[in-house]
Design a protein around this ligand. Structure first.
Ligand code: NAP
Length: 270
């Protein structure tokens, strides 16, 4: 058994695709190390992070429910992760813990590889205002897109919009905003594990629809979008690119993106 050099801390942790993606990548690169998912309850996060400092590990990925609460336990945080308010990757160096966010650039990379490359003045409607939405709104704003946010719970959309100088949409504004937008992004968990559920029945007149849910890969929202001739982008690209960027920070060399994508797809049953 190779020594564990990178972890996922999540609660629960057992359904994650990250160990499959990372271990396949490490094996492909001939690196004698392994990545392990560890179920870490919120009250145990700090102790697990402290143990990392001298463990010889390269770092850790964080998932629900640790991405925001981890900030106070780190020695440094990149400006991007600080602005987003969430860390999904930690790099351990000289016994210090540095927090990064690879979800946001991973999301943008998934759009670019699908062919969406121009963001200045792009009209975007984001559905959802949870943890994932924060990084996505930040990244799109940085790329000078114009972002509007709708969420089931209005207050949360309002807070997110205020934090990032975006616009919150009311229920009655949603239909028109989606119709006129260039890119619709679902960041809610609606559609997760349910191929018949969609976060909205409205679609843009033209342009792009992205769903960051990747289980199933083709959600009802994406099926509806394809049926009307819109470009669609699934959530696998974001998952793969956030993982690849984390791995590159740890090992200092390019990650085998297509190997990681195939491993994740196989695990998903495709
Ligand atoms: P989160 O912080 O728990 O936020 C969940 C969001 O979904 C909230 O906006 C919530 O609205 C909304 N929501 C949940 N159930 C709903 C319903 N029945 N109707 C309408 N809205 C509903 O979760 P998260 O971390 O942002 O993750 C959201 C989704 O993105 C998950 O499915 C996750 O798997 C996926 N994700 C994918 C990637 C990737 O790499 N592709 C990365 C991160 C997350 P309220 O505020 O009203 O509760």
């Amino acid at each position: 058994m190779y020594p564990t050099r990178a972890y996922l801390f999540a609660h629960p942790a057992k359904h994650s695709l990250s160990p499959t993606m990372h271990n396949t990548a490490l094996e492909h690169l001939g690196i004698a190390a392994q990545y392990e998912a560890k179920d870490v309850a919120p009250q145990d996060l700090q102790a697990n992070l402290e143990a990392l400092r001298t463990s010889g590990a390269w770092g850790v990925n964080l998932s629900i429910p640790h991405k925001e609460t981890v900030l106070e336990f780190l020695d440094s945080i990149t400006p991007e992760a600080r602005a987003i308010g969430a860390v999904n990757t930690i790099v351990v160096k000289h016994n210090k813990l540095k927090g990064l966010n690879t979800d946001a650039p991973g999301f943008m990379q998934s759009l670019r590889e699908a062919g969406l490359t121009e963001f200045a003045d792009l009209e975007v409607v984001i559905l959802g205002a949870g943890g994932a939405a924060r990084g996505i709104v930040y990244a799109l704003q940085q790329a000078e897109a114009r972002v509007q946010i709708h969420n089931r719970t209005w207050k949360r959309a309002e807070v997110l919009a205020t934090d990032f100088d975006a616009q919150a949409l009311t229920d009655s504004d949603l239909r028109q905003a989606i119709k006129n937008c260039d890119l619709l992004v679902n960041t809610t968990s609606v559609g997760l594990e349910n191929p018949n559920e969609t976060p909205t029945i409205f679609l843009p007149k033209q342009g792009w629809v992205c769903d960051i849910v990747y289980k199933p890969l083709e959600t009802k929202l994406l099926r509806d979008a394809r049926a009307t001739g819109l470009h669609s982008i699934d959530g696998l690209g974001m998952l793969v690119h956030q993982g690849a960027l984390a791995l590159e920070h740890w090992i200092g060399q390019p990650a085998p993106i297509e190997i990681m994508r195939s491993a994740a797809m196989k695990k998903l049953g495709y």
